[in-house]
Design a protein around this ligand. Sequence first.
Ligand SMILES: Cc1cc2nc3c(=O)[nH]c(=O)nc-3n(C[C@H](O)[C@H](O)[C@H](O)COP(=O)(O)OP(=O)(O)OC[C@H]3O[C@@H](n4cnc5c(N)ncnc54)[C@H](O)[C@@H]3O)c2cc1C
Length: 461
Amino acid sequence: MITENFASATENAIQVYAAKDLQPLINGSIITPGNGEYNTVRKIWNGMIDRNPAVIVRCINTNDIIHAVRFARDHDLLISVRGGGHNVSGNAVCNGGVMIDLSLMKTVKVYPEEKLAYVEMGATWGDFDKATQEYGLATTGGLISTTGVAGLTLGGGVGWLVRKYGLSCDNLIEAEVVTADGRLAKASLQENADLLWGLRGGGGNFGIVSSMKLRVHKVDTVLGGMIIYTRDKAKEVIQFYRQFIQTAPEELTLYAGLMTSPDGIPVVALIGCYCGDIGKGETVMKPIRDFGSPVVDLIQPIPYVQMQSLLDGGFPHGYRYYWKSGFLEDLSDESIDIIISHMASNPSPYSAIVLEYYGGAAAREPEGGTAYPHRQSQCDLVIGSGWVEKQDDEKNITWTRKIWDALQPYLSHKVYVNTLGVEGEERVREAYGDNYSRLAALKRKYDPDNMFRMNQNILPA
Ligand SMILES: Cc1cc2nc3c(=O)[nH]c(=O)nc-3n(C[C@H](O)[C@H](O)[C@H](O)COP(=O)(O)OP(=O)(O)OC[C@H]3O[C@@H](n4cnc5c(N)ncnc54)[C@H](O)[C@@H]3O)c2cc1C
């Protein structure tokens, strides 16, 4: 009781200081419990996350971020950073500290001559793609249009253009970063090149990025969509996928997924995007379209922005989510059998298992060339469990853990940092792989006191 009273008195004091000392310095707003917007703004994509920051700072420019960081540092407060708010682990929101919310900072400026785009860190991929497609340009971004450019790029970033144009972080050429001492630093190949290296896969460990410059490429209409088969065809479809993708051209990125159709039918789907000449794409896609007997073939020429929101409906905001993911050593027949048999007992129609081979340009960047470490890894497996009601938490989490345990013999000790939950230090090390010690040294340089620790945290060396 005494501890609780002390905690709430401390929080009240923080809120008074924030109103008195911080609000006059910033252009955005400060939201505290009791404010009408508080409960909306603290909510993120994963409905399982229910945390209460003492103060939410809604930034509208870089200056606001600087003052928010200085305020948190001066009052020794935990910081969380919200970009798109999509991360499954929920690190965008903290309990009791300062949530620095960037979601109002959405400016995107396109420089078509230079093939560059400037983007503020509250922008989603929907915002980014809309602006760049005005000029027939794009860069590798996430599959769901409401995911943030910030978190996705800082962790690596894979999407429909990954085999042709590399990871999102490979296209990051400059960033403005508010560091732990509350200063603004530039990270580029010319200035603080070590910081740029760290931002390309090291997550939010080194500071708060206020804006990025990303390289963009000519991408217009793509040949894309899904081919859907009934679930009893799952093994042959996945085996076909495993073999076909090895020799497919880089213009094609193709994933396989086990899911439930909107009308409740268990299905397996091949979902792909060809970003090149549509005629050539038709030839490349022909073996896929000729394979087996699909229920429906929805592959067609579509605008790139349509491709980028094709799967939005499958991942609604505010549902409850629990994910497990990791790279498979190889996608063996035995692991395919386990995936299919466990998926048959999945308790929720909102869950999916997705298999993703990258390769192509993503594999060409040398290991160690960026902080993202898994370029030569095989197939990425994402078990994405989603459901609606709190009362169903246990059965869905138990199901996810069961399939995860069954797959252990086939998994490598590698995981993509952006799909990692709150899974402990060993898994965090697996996410950064061989780059961990270099990242830890960089962390010591830019954030020696580990102020930015609401993330897949790298401990300062
Ligand atoms: C439905 C769904 C689909 C996805 N699809 C893909 C996909 O296709 N490809 C892919 O690569 N990933 C994908 N992801 C994973 C995604 O990359 C991560 O969830 C990513 O962290 C989301 O970024 P965000 O800005 O939306 O998230 P947030 O939750 O806002 O941020 C995540 C973390 O990033 C850090 N961060 C955010 N903004 C900043 C900043 N400005 N400065 C410093 N640190 C910051 C913070 O540590 C924060 O906790 C998907 C996730 C979901 C939920």
